[in-house]
Design a binder for this molecule. Structure first.
Ligand code: NOJ
Length: 760
């Protein structure tokens, strides 16, 4: 009886919710249609236009809005303008002085924090902890929304397999599974449960798609890849973002096999909207519509605009082409007005879902909230915690780390140790270098009893534009080596801070060599020759090729760009107050020539074998990575035992359950990231040598053992089959459970009977 009652109650709740949702949808539709009916063609095209509010730019300004554009209804959204007062003032123009009073959207690249800066996304991926990424995105949204923003151009969910590509720093690395979990977590963090809440902002999954596949790792370059790789590697994080509710997507700069992504109707409309049911708004990347001219698929800007809109790009980021050129296209009959209307509906829909028609000032009306939230103490605390978890210990010979806090003299060598701008990393929104803790500052604060000496060793970044900074970072200048060696000679331990200035990383920051820049390796040789114990602290936004350090330095810590609390977090880990918790979300090469380098590569017909000449390898460098994907040490050690499978024969609908015992065999507490990889041994198409299918972070006290359980649905073994659809094929699979992609316990299981399964 009680059960019946419960079932009825749940049905009633379900029914009421569904009814409320459909009423809400009807309200949304009727508002949109009523507005659309009143709009002139120019006002419609205005809604499809995003202009620069005048601050940071990442490309040319090809057309600027005239000062009266907002009042005349020729602008739908504004980027790079923020602050409660500034956004409210412009919103007032749109709402009170334009004919239809449609509110503006305010957008900014809030990539890893707004004013409190968190670790760069690649570093956050190294935590292998999507919940942390969700939390930092939530705080970024709190701060950004308090500054009047509605929309962030994040998360960047591009898979990056080539370390030369500077933008590898902005994403979650090379793996689609980790990348998908991180993408969804960040969307949830930015958007919260209800976008109407003024503390949430709309996410934008970018750059759709395969932008990270640029030939030669050169930014903005051509991409050419198979449908299978697109489906299995580059699209999944976008699908995950969309399924997590991302309400906008950015179309990319690159072409894929002859079709620029910003004019690709199959991807933007058939896949994104048709297959995945995406209801939100597609915005072009910065001048990407104008760039269709340079790609050579449009004879003039009107044609470029037409092609982008028809493909499914709803909003034109700063090209000004939609608003200036498309009215004529419609009037001449070359572009159906219905296509414009559909895009306008999508723009109005996101404004509706952000609650802007209800209250256009809800994000900006409280300057007090803005003052209170930006750089709040609890935000900094989270930044410090996440930063410690993102640090990856690459080497620790003789347990040189952690350092004792009774050290008498510590020498910090390396200009990056005092570089407060680099600490923040690229894309640091409104983060201020003066509010960030450098490595030297962090150590001095943590070691009040120790004499902490400093010498730059290589040139400090000059004030000035990026060209001067890059030239300095790459300069072979050795003039400060002698001073650095003299300082090192006085110390008990040397911290050698090497890596990249933040200008060597990020957009338009590809490198043809991923070795240490400038004279840094030469400096390292001199410092190591002193015979002092040397801990190398790397600061960088990409995998670096550091074979010499890997060989010669006793300890290496990868610290990326960790944000506002970097110095404190690095000190916490160096001194053992926190344990290094990160694992590599990207493979580190031995030499640049190995790029693109990624763990989930195909086997080839001649897998490399050292003793066989005619196999797939290099003559001068070992084929394997210097440090593999998933790798990272801790201050303790772990052992894996007793891998057990619930069954070694599974049907297509089944879920494999596997357990493994992990023991902390050292003397300190630590966290292990237990990783599960699978290989499909033989299929109708070639399959990667292994693919990540699960991971878990487990904390273990010394001597403690925990049993870790994974559930692996057979459906997760799907791939893009011969007939261009997802399939799981029967046959044998090998799985590997362990501490990285390169080692672990193995077992085999068989999947029985074939079938094609739905995409979801
Ligand atoms: C160009 C970049 O590719 C994109 O990621 C960014 O969101 C826009 N510029 C806007 O700043």
């Amino acid at each position: 009886m009680l059960r019946l009652y419960l079932v009825l109650l749940l049905t009633l709740i379900g029914f009421t919710t569904a009814r409320a949702q459909s009423l809400e949808k009807a309200r949304e539709d009727s508002l949109i249609e009523a507005l659309l009916a009143r709009m002139t063609l120019e006002e419609k095209l205005g809604q499809l236009t995003l202009y620069n509010g005048g601050l940071a730019q990442t490309g040319p300004v090809v057309m600027t809005a005239d000062p009266d554009a907002v009042r005349r209804g020729r602008v739908g959204a504004v980027m790079n303008l923020f602050g409660a007062e500034a956004t409210c003032a412009l919103q007032r123009q749109a709402v009170e002085e334009s004919r239809l009073g449609i509110p503006l959207l305010f957008a900014l690249d809030v990539i890893h924090g707004f004013r409190t800066i968190f670790p760069v996304p690649l570093a956050e991926a190294a935590t292998f902890d999507p919940q942390l990424a969700e939390q930092t995105a939530r705080v970024a949204a709190l701060e950004a929304s308090a500054a009047g923003l509605h929309w962030t151009f994040a998360p960047m969910v591009d898979i990056a397999r080539d370390a030369r590509w500077g933008r590898i720093v902005e994403g979650s690395g090379e793996d689609p599974y980790l990348g998908s979990l991180m993408a969804a977590a960040r969307v949830r963090g930015f958007q919260g449960k209800d976008l109407r809440e003024p503390s949430t902002i709309m996410a934008c999954a970018k750059h759709f798609v395969a932008y990270g596949g640029a030939e030669g790792g050169r930014d903005y370059n051509t991409v050419d890849l198979s449908e299978r790789t697109l489906r299995e590697v580059y699209l999944p994080p976008f699908e995950a973002a969309v399924r997590a509710g991302a309400l906008s997507v950015m179309s990319a700069f690159n072409e894929i096999g002859g079709i620029p992504a910003s004019a690709d109707r199959r991807l933007l409309t058939d896949v994104l909207r048709g297959e995945w049911g995406f209801e939100g708004l597609v915005v072009s990347d910065y001048t990407a519509i104008w760039e269709l001219l340079f790609h050579g698929i449009a004879a003039d800007s009107a044609e470029a605009g037409r092609k982008a809109l028809v493909a499914g790009v709803d909003m034109d980021m700063v090209s000004g082409i939609y608003v200036h050129k498309l009215a004529e296209e419609v009037r001449s009959g070359r572009l159906p007005e219905a296509v414009v209307d559909e895009a306008v509906r999508r723009v109005l829909r996101v404004k509706y879902r952000l609650g802007l028609f209800e209250d256009p000032y809800r994000y900006c009306r409280d300057p007090e909230r803005e003052r209170r939230l930006l750089l709040a103490a609890e935000h900094r605390r989270l930044a410090r915690e996440v930063a410690t978890k993102a640090i990856v210990l690459l080497k620790n010979e003789g347990n040189l780390l952690p350092l004792a806090d009774t050290l008498r003299t510590l020498a910090v060598i390396g200009a990056l140790a005092t570089d407060s701008a680099s600490v923040l990393g690229p894309w640091a929104a409104t983060g201020r270098p003066g509010e960030a803790v450098t490595i030297l500052e962090g150590l001095r604060a943590a070691l009040p009893q120790t004499r902490v000496l400093y010498a730059p060793g290589y040139p400090e970044a000059p004030p000035g534009g990026f060209q001067e900074i890059v030239a300095t970072a790459l300069s072979p200048d050795t003039s400060r080596f002698a001073e650095a060696v003299a300082v090192a000679a006085q110390a008990d331990v040397v911290l050698l801070v090497l890596g990249e200035h933040r200008e060597l990383s990020g957009e338009a920051a590809s490198r043809a060599s991923v070795a240490l820049p400038g004279a840094q390796e030469a400096l390292a040789r001199r410092i190591l020759a002193t015979g002092k114990p040397v801990v190398v602290v790397l600061m960088n936004g990409r995998p670096l090729a550091i074979p010499y350090l890997a060989e010669a330095a006793p300890a290496i810590l990868e610290t990326w760009f960790l944000g506002s609390e970097m110095g404190n977090a690095v000190a916490d880990v160096l001194l053992g107050r926190a344990s290094p918790g990160g694992r590599l979300p990207v493979s580190f090469p031995r030499a640049t020539g190995q790029e693109p380098l990624y763990y989930n590569h195909k086997p080839t017909g001649r897998p490399p074998r050292a003793e066989e000449k005619y196999t797939s390898k290099y003559l001068d460098v070992h084929w394997s990575p210097l440090y593999p994907f998933g790798y990272g040490l801790t201050y303790t050690t772990f052992a894996y035992r007793n891998l057990r499978l619930s069954s070694s024969r599974l049907g297509l609908q089944d879920t494999l359950r596997l357990t493994v015992e992990v023991t902390n065999t050292g003397t300190r507490a630590g966290e292990e990231v237990v990783q599960l990889y699978v290989r499909d041994e033989a299929a109708s198409v070639t399959r990667p040598v292994r693919e990540l299918k699960g991971f878990q972070r487990v904390a273990l006290a010394p001597g403690e053992t925990k049993t870790v359980t994974f559930e692996l649905p057979v459906e997760a073994l799907r791939f893009w089959g011969l007939e261009n659809r997802w399939v799981v094929e029967p046959g044998w699979f090998t799985l590997q459970v362990g501490p990285s992609s390169a080692e672990g316990l193995e077992a085999r299981f068989e999947v029985l009977a074939q079938s094609t399964i739905r995409s979801r």
